[in-house]
Design a protein. Structure first.
Length: 580
């Protein structure tokens, strides 16, 4: 069932209708599987979950919730070379963070190794599996190509007794790694390559993170997957489209083992997102190669990275509901995900003021020793959010780009001789500009109108510009990390063969600003807390943050500035290495 808490909110049943839900409803009404609905989310613990997995999580847990059924969480851990406990813990954390629970239905495929071995023995006894001595290139040669049939292995017709003996000795560790495999005996002339006597077991002397050195043979995923589903009484096994050609094999194993009431595999389109990669291999390469700062780098499409960046789980669930479930692969613009994040944060993020690139303002006619408190609205979208007090004094910081000495047309912010509104405070007018020896603006000398407290003039005069600020004496120093897309290419996974997708990594994907100031209400924020820095975007508190060194990550801008900049520059939003 979904997890309910005040942070994540309670996941609700999807309002969308898709072909998978129609199938499940039809099966449910027809009384198939005794009217039960049981799904599963079966990640391999060889990396951290990403936004594509979120789509599968929401689908599997969501369908179970909608039918009062169950959803299992299972680690499909059949490859000891790439799996470990760190990834298991991360997967558990991410699924819970997304808002779902599995109660006592947490499983490991590695717990089924004995049962899987027994199933393999049954296939041998029925004459449906054999031990093969072909290795490496020989296997490929005998397998044939998609446009020509394969050839039977010379070992295909070994007797049942010989196969049972060899398989038992494989398990006992008598043979070298890779020297023998157990293969299903199906059809070497099948048009579907997956049915050409696929491998069931291979020899691999690799310690397993849970089973240590108990096993030297490991089952393949294609063999483990359908049987694990069957062991757990799964009714609907929902997979992405790359498993469509594997479905005949999925069904073959269950039929060959005389499984009663077998699960039904249904495929749907995986999530493809612009400006990112969702291949686990490539994500691992980015981490191990030092191109990012770990799996939870806020630029990564991992759920841990999105959590660190400040994406609310409710926004990710909403995004998955928006894009829906389809039968054909398509590309989703990352702007759709960002829009879901903005919509969620707009409702719940408190507004504060912060200055990322400061320039000092001195209000010459304001008393030097005076500090007053002004009222500021916490969130205009939330009636019960209330207000807070912010200090105002003679010396302030404003954003450097809110001033132009020689302003262009339609620039309505501060300039020499121009009057603007300070948010929640007063009208101020720039009287003088102070520069350093290099000609850089270091200070603005201004005056204020004391009659405009609260940002309104009693005589009714208007100003075109409103800018944010912080009081210099009370402001708190902070580091701000500005994130952008990890890749400049819109489709980095479509980079042609012979070229490196990493050549399209965005050198400006992280911009660290250390000379930043935030209002004093942020003196001791909670890690992960999200705020809207007025006029700058949404930011969250990074785990690196300490009381004496605040660190904020920009979660998202206030609008899709990337698309706006690209279009303004006349770019076609494709990298030269992308396919035409």
């Amino acid at each position: 069932m979904p997890r309910s808490d005040h942070v994540n909110g309670t996941p609700e049943a999807s309002t969308s209708v898709d072909f998978i839900r129609e199938i499940v409803v039809s099966d449910h009404k027809a009384g198939r599987h005794g009217g039960r609905v049981c799904t599963r989310f079966p990640p391999e613990p060889n990396g951290y979950l990403h936004i594509g997995h979120a789509k599968a999580i929401c689908l599997n847990f969501g369908i179970a919730v909608e039918h009062g059924g169950l959803c299992n969480l299972r680690m499909d851990d059949t490859n000891p070379a790439t799996e470990n406990k760190e990834f298991v813990r991360a997967i558990e954390q991410d699924v819970r963070w997304l808002g779902f629970e599995w109660s006592d239905r947490f499983y490991y495929a590695s717990d089924y190794y004995e049962r899987l071995y027994d199933c393999a023995v049954t296939l041998i006894e029925k004459g449906l599996a054999y031990v093969d001595d072909l290795q490496g290139e020989e296997v490929s040669q005998y397998r044939g190509r998609w446009d020509e049939p394969g050839r039977n292995s010379p070992h295909r017709n070994r007797s049942v007794e010989e196969n049972l003996d060899l398989f038992d000795r494989m398990r006992a560790g008598e043979f070298d790694d890779g020297s023998r495999t157990l293969r299903a005996k199906i059809d070497m002339s099948a048009s579907n390559m997956n049915m050409r006597d696929p491998t069931i077991y291979r020899i691999r002397r690799q310690p397993h993170y849970r089973r240590a050195n108990e096993w030297v043979i490991y089952p393949t995923y294609d063999f483990t997957h359908p049987l694990s589903d069957a062991f757990e009484q799964v009714t609907h096994s929902l997979c992405t489209l790359e498993f469509e050609d594997h479905r005949p094999l999925y069904d073959w194993y269950l039929k060959a083992l005389d499984w009663v009431d077998p699960p039904r595999q249904i495929e749907f389109a995986r999530l493809n997102l612009t400006h990112t990669v969702l291949s686990k291999r490539k994500l691992l390469e980015l981490v191990s190669g030092g191109h990012v700062d770990g799996w939870d780098d806020p630029r990564m499409p991992t759920l841990s990275g999105m959590r660190r960046r400040g994406y609310p789980p409710a926004a990710i669930r909403d995004f998955c509901d928006r894009i829906g479930i389809a039968k054909a692969n398509s590309m989703v613009q990352v702007a759709q995900l960002e829009d879901a994040v903005r919509q969620e944060l707009n409702q719940r993020a408190s507004r504060v003021m912060a200055v990322v690139e400061p320039v000092k303002v001195v209000i010459e006619n304001y008393p030097e020793d005076q500090i007053e408190e002004l009222d500021a609205i916490n969130n205009p979208e939330n009636e019960i959010a209330g207000t807070r007090k912010i200090p105002f004094s003679r010396e302030l910081y404003i954003e450097r780009n809110d001033f132009r000495e020689d302003p262009p047309k339609k620039f309505f912010r501060l300039a020499p001789g121009r009057e603007v509104r300070l948010r929640y405070a007063y009208f101020v007018t720039c009287r003088d500009v102070v520069k350093d020896e290099a000609g850089n603006v270091v200070e603005l000398r201004c005056t204020y109108d004391p009659e405009t407290r609260g940002g309104y003039a009693p005589d009714g005069r208007k100003v075109r510009g409103t800018i944010h600020w912080v009081s210099a004496a009370q402001a708190i120093s902070a580091e701000v990390r500005l994130y952008d897309h990890l890749f400049t290419a819109e489709h980095p996974e479509d980079i042609p063969d012979g070229h490196d997708y990493k050549a399209t990594l965005n050198p400006a994907s992280l911009d660290r600003r250390t000379d930043c100031w935030v209002e004093p209400s942020l003196a001791d924020p909670m890690t992960g807390a999200c705020y809207q820095f007025e006029r700058l975007g949404y930011f969250c508190v990074d785990p690196d943050s300490r009381k004496d060194h605040l660190v904020f990550n920009r979660t998202i801008t206030l609008r899709d500035t990337w698309a706006r900049m690209q279009n303004k520059a006349g770019h076609n939003r494709k990298h030269p290495l992308e396919k035409k």
